[in-house]
Design a binder for this molecule. Structure first.
Ligand code: A2P
Length: 331
């Protein structure tokens, strides 16, 4: 008989947590029991999994008894506080927060790129930042062909990346503006409806934000490329779901469009839209497991560069799907 597992989701009521439930269902992950954990605010809520109605439970120290896989998608603080407890109870933790991504003892994994790194885990495996994951899905096949040296990139990030409250904030602001009323804001430092905000995560002394440096820091670990450099501007845009990234990448070897196209066509988890006018847009990749690459061209400002545009559903490949794919590698 096929082995089945007790899975717990920490942050089950959040934007990523709800998506993890759907991905587990859709991919028929072999589950014997699903435990849904959230804060005391959610106690009394029920969520649907397959044909069962499951009660949300409050996260506490005892929540991980008999759990095989604990998928964390609350926030960094919660991961720091509870992940090791979960490991001590015998669970393998797959963490969506940034809490352990720089920890050399914690593999940081995109299954299509460095899936074999999961073998090194000591209880915790980290899921990469969503913008980094989607960018690397397009960049890595090109790196394999030509050897990437550095990238310049701008992201166009959906509000669902900031959680359920940010989705409501955009919805509310659009509604208020439609009625000619003043908007209120809680999540973002500026109105997000009909605006773009070049500020994702906290600023560092260098002037970059933490989010912007994730592409270089996490990219180095995932691609096993310690010299990789990335200069990124991350921008929040009034899109509900799916991130897009405009990338210019410089390579070691001489690039050719034909080789680049065939590398992308063969790569798992992505679809190349070859016709210049058939570029991907966030609305078209929403709800899709694959990331889509378009606008592939020789970069006119780099000696040995390629420019491309990549879109991906950040709640899926950037979070829930990647986490479940990691769990699948382990069973
Ligand atoms: P809750 O819904 O009870 O607040 P999002 O990223 O969409 O904002 O979701 C965050 C998730 O993390 C939610 O499921 C939220 O639960 C959960 N969460 C936030 N703070 C805590 C906490 N202190 N303990 C447990 N879960 C938490």
């Amino acid at each position: 008989m096929r082995k089945t597992f007790h899975v717990a989701i920490v942050g089950a009521t959040g934007a990523v947590g709800l998506e993890i439930i759907r991905v587990l269902e859709r991919r028929r992950f072999p589950i014997s029991k699903l435990t849904l954990l959230a804060s005391s605010r959610s106690v009394g809520r029920f969520l649907q999994f397959e044909n069962q109605t499951l009660k949300v439970q409050e996260l506490n120290e005892k929540a991980f008894e008999d759990v095989d896989f604990a998928l964390f998608s609350a926030n960094g603080e919660i991961s720091l506080r509870y992940a090791k407890m979960a490991v001590q109870s015998g669970a393998i933790v797959i963490d969506n927060s940034s809490a352990f991504r720089a920890d050399p003892e914690v593999p940081l994994v995109i299954p299509e790129i460095n899936g074999t790194d999961v073998r090194e885990h000591r209880g915790i495996i980290a899921n990469p930042n969503c913008t980094t994951a989607i960018t690397l899905m397009g960049l890595y096949p090109l790196h394999r062909a030509f050897g990437v040296r550095r990238v310049f990139a701008s992201s166009y990030q959906a509000v669902s990346g900031s959680g359920a409250q940010a989705i409501q904030e955009l919805e509310q602001q659009v509604r208020c503006l439609g009625k000619g009323e003043e908007v209120t804001r809680r999540v973002y430092p500026h109105q997000i409806a009909f605006n773009v905000i070049p500020h994702v995560d906290a600023f560092l002394e260098s002037g970059y934000t933490k989010e912007e440096m994730k592409m270089q820091n996490e990219g180095r670990r995932i691609m096993h490329l310690p010299q990789f450099r990335a200069s990124v501007t991350c921008v929040r845009v009034p899109v509900y779901r799916a991130h897009s990234i405009a990338v210019s990448a410089e390579f070691e070897k001489l690039v050719s469009l034909d080789i680049a196209r065939s590398a992308l066509l063969k790569a798992p988890g992505i679809r190349l839209l070859e016709d210049a006018a058939l570029y991907p847009v966030p609305l078209d990749v929403e709800g899709k497991d694959i990331c889509e690459v378009g606008r592939l061209r020789l970069d006119c400002a780099l000696d040995n560069g390629l420019a491309f545009w990549v879109c991906g559903d950040q709640l899926l490949k950037g979070a829930a799907l990647n986490a479940v794919q990691i769990a699948e590698l382990l069973i």
